[in-house]
Design a protein around this ligand. Sequence first.
Ligand code: 5RP
Length: 217
Amino acid sequence: MNQEQLKHQVAAAALQLIPPDEVLGVGTGSTVNALIDLLHQQRIPLPACVSSSQATSKRLQDYGYEVVDLNSSGPLNMYIDGADECDPYRRLIKGGGGALTREKIIAAASRRFVCIIDVSKQVDILGAFPLPVEVIPMARSHIARELVKLGGEPVWRDGFVTDNGNWILDVHRLSIVDPVGLERQINQLTGVVTVGLFAARAADTVLIASPDGVVEL
Ligand code: 5RP
């Protein structure tokens, strides 16, 4: 079974959890794209969605789903999104697709955050995947120096601009033994918009697809 099939499998499992008649929070990435395609193929009705990126909004709207602003939807019951890494405590690294800030906002505003991944994203300790940090452009070099002091090797995602008009530093070589502490530390650096550590607010449910099927963490 290849990775595309695993993504499809975990997306299909998540579909079963979606509460009827409620606005759904929808994340960003190829796993979520598989979910959106299934929503359309199976004609799942949704009153509206709140989306974590322009790319997701476009995909949803192309299928005829209404996308509304989080300010008008109010709190959400469910948010479904992928991740780049997940540890045994459902703490995540996200932001490989650069949508981390809106993803974190929607996760914060949702009662239940369901994360959908394939088994390749499961790790014991976060940090093998470079940690994305969204920064205000003028603060890029300053933040990069601060991240070096924390033991990382930041690399500017050159040419990439987030939906919020900011830049991303991908921080390599971090072994993240205290995800909540590091999230707090990086959040406090002036010029940081968001760090892609989802530890203080981890996922509530993680669905993991492997060739043996989908399991819940
Ligand atoms: C985007 C994200 C994605 O959830 C993460 O990158 C996983 O993407 P994919 O499902 O394509 O592997 O955080 O900012």
